[in-house]
Structures are given as structure tokens and as C-alpha cells.
Design a protein around this ligand. Sequence first.
Ligand code: ARG
Length: 458
Amino acid sequence: MAGKIWSGRFRQSTDKLMEVFSTSINFDQKLFYADIKVNKAWAQALVDVNVYSQQEADLVCKTLDEIEKDFSDGKLEFSSSDEDIHSANERWLTERLGDIGARIHTGRSRNDQVVTDFRIYIREELTEIKSAVTNIQQNLVNLGEKHVETIFPGQTHLRQAQPVSLAHYLLSIFFQLERDKARCKEALKRINQMPLGSGAIAGAAFDIQRDKLAVTLGFDKILENSYDATSDRDFVTETLYICSSILLHLSRISEDFIIWSSEPFRWIEIDELYATGSSMMPQKKNPDSLELLRGKAARMIGNQVTILSLMKGVPTAYVRDLQEDKEPVFDSLEQTELCLKIFNGVIETLKIKKEKMLQSLDPALYATDMADYLVRKCVPFRKAHSIVGEIVAVAEHADIPLNKLTLSQIQKVSPLFESDVFDLFQPLASIQKRNIKGGTGPVSIKNQLDNAKTLLKA
Ligand code: ARG
């Protein structure tokens, strides 16, 4: 039973299918670089507890650098006895250094090693994701600045609601993504805590200086309790939630863009760079980039559910089930990064059809402004709402646009309306009434743009 790092008490070799079934090397090799980093820091820490002389630790670190280079050059091969990337690295080190290599696993378990590597991996990927989000935000601001007074029919329930500035919509995406970035930052405080030194469950029996080790490995602090450190995966659930949240946002925006670029709307056009055609219908230009973004959101949610289900019933401490936490995270982080890049491209190349947007504005969109007009003449809003509702019904029954009613038709419902009622039916006039903080008025939008730019600078 040679080869396995735990083979001492075994008299039989593992079943071949069991070997294939239990190995994680085909996916956890993504942790290779983090594992090298962790091994180097651990070798140095072992000097303080007299397991290694400084010379030996230097030799271990140099050899780990060589292993890293050989791995990058594709010169290293996995063996069927490698259960995971941690055992493979240990094997390569031991093959090169004999007992000096074999001493690396002093006071350590793969249970603390794997979560240390994993946390390093995740913190690096989340940092990438944050910067991909920032690129999109920058492009949203750039586009928003050009469209403060581009007005389209804002929809609720997918029905025309009120005129809004296109920049207002674009900034809504900015602020959604800003919260996702804040979630990353906040989660990183918890992710970037070091489990190493926790051993299998009880803590290493060698007096490793964990705080010093944490500094070497770029962790903000150590995890205080070895039982917790090797057991919990809340940093994984948080990571997957961040990916789900980002994709939920991108998915809904994609849905908007798919609708807005469809034939009945044509408010925007997706660039050919991000569209595909049909194998049968020559005229087609389909928004596949956006449809895939919507689809990927489902995948992110699936990954999230996987980890929640994985954790709910396992006993506290390491169990092999936890190995199943890797693939959903690798997948979600990689897909999220990819989705952010694609979405960024869509935004950068998006064509806005201002005229089409304007033409789509239904005069009924100003009904709220008509009610507000009465409110300014001291009519209680609830009454004003009902009066304007009646006027809308008159227009609808006569099958004419709301602004094409005559003043006398309007006055028949409420004599409080005067000829200036027709001034209400102006998109710009309508949004200009909404310069309240957060509103769609140009002054408000310019403030939001300024705030967005300040956030980007921070
Ligand atoms: N590859 C494992 C994982 O990702 C770590 C191995 C720990 N195995 C063990 N039997 N204690 O969870």
C-alpha cells in the first residue's frame, strides 16, 4: 500500500474506482499556487519550532519554487496516489528532498491546509471581480453623462409608468453593483482570516507563531478557534452569494436589454460583437450574450444551493463531504468574472436609439403629473388620482391620446384644469419636476453622477 500519505495502517490498496471517486486533484489543482505559497510560509514557521534549520527551510523554499516552475511548464505529472493537490505537492517535495521534504507536514493536516489555500484563492479572485465591476461602473458613468436628458418610458409591471432619464436607469445599475462591491469588501474581512496552525481539529502540537505566519501569508488575522477554522465553510457560502447577487443583477438588466432591443421596442441595439445569427433564418440577430448572462444566473444560484445543502447536516469538524465545496466556487468565480467582462463589452458598444425612445412615450405617462397639477391647486391626491383616472377613461373610450382631448372635455371632469394643462405633456418638463435627491430630474442625475464618480475615485 505504498504511495498514499496515510497508508501505514492499511493492509490493502484502495479500490481503483474508489481512488477515482475520491480524488479531487482534477479540480483542486487550481489551488496549486496558493498551496506552494502556504508550504513556503509553513517551512519558515517550522524553523521557529526547531523542526527545520534555517538552511533546510531555505532549501525547501527553493525546491518549492522549482516545483512551481516545473508545474507551470507542464513538466509535472499527477500520480494515481495523489488524493489532492496538497498530497501531490508533498510528494514532489519529498521526491526531491527525501526526509527534509517529508518533514513539511509537521503539525499540519490537510484539513487546515485546504481551507488556508482556499481562502487565499478566493480572496484573489474576489479582488479581480471587484475590479471587473469597477470597469463596468466607469462605463456606466461615461454613458450616463451622455444621456442625462435622453428620456424613455420608465415601466413598472412592464407597462409604461413615467418618463425617466436614461442616465437614471444606467445609474441604477451603478448603485446595484456598488453594493455588490461593498459585499465583496465586507466578505473579504471574514474570508481573509487564517486557519493554518489549526491542524486536523485540535490545533498543532508545535508552538507555531500563527500571528507572524498570518502576516507572511497576507491574512488580516488568524481564526481564533481550530475547531471552527477546520469546520466552517461560511466563507464559501458568502462567496457564492456574492456571485449570485452579481449575476441576479446582470440577469435582470439583460432581460431589460433583451426587451428593449426587440422589434416592438428598438430603443437600443446590441452590437454585432455580442450578438449571434441563426443557422436557418438569415435575418436574425439574436441577443445571445444577454440570454447567456440570464442563463448563468441560474447556474450561480445552483452553485449556491449546492453549498447550502452540503453544509446543513454534516457534523461540526472536517468531513470529506466538504471536498465538494470546491467545484461550485471555482465555477461561480470563473463564470462571474467572464460574465462581468461580457457585460462590460455589451455596455461599451451599446447603441442608444434616442428618437425611438421619445416616440414610444405614451401621453398617458403624464397622468401622474396631471394629478400633481390638481394637488398644487389643493385637491387631495386621492381625489386628484380619481379625477385624472376619469379623464384617462374618457380618452380611452374616445380612442384618442390623453393630450389630444380638448380643454372642454378635460374641464367637464374637473374645471380646475386650465389651458396650461397641456404644458404637462413634455418629457423634459416632466423629469425636471423630479430633481429631488434620487429622482430622475437632470439636477438630481448630475448629483448622482458626481457621487458615482467620487465612489469610483475612492
Ligand atoms: N482534498 C480534501 C478537501 O478538499 C482535503 C483532504 C482532507 N482529507 C482528509 N481525509 N482529512 O476537502
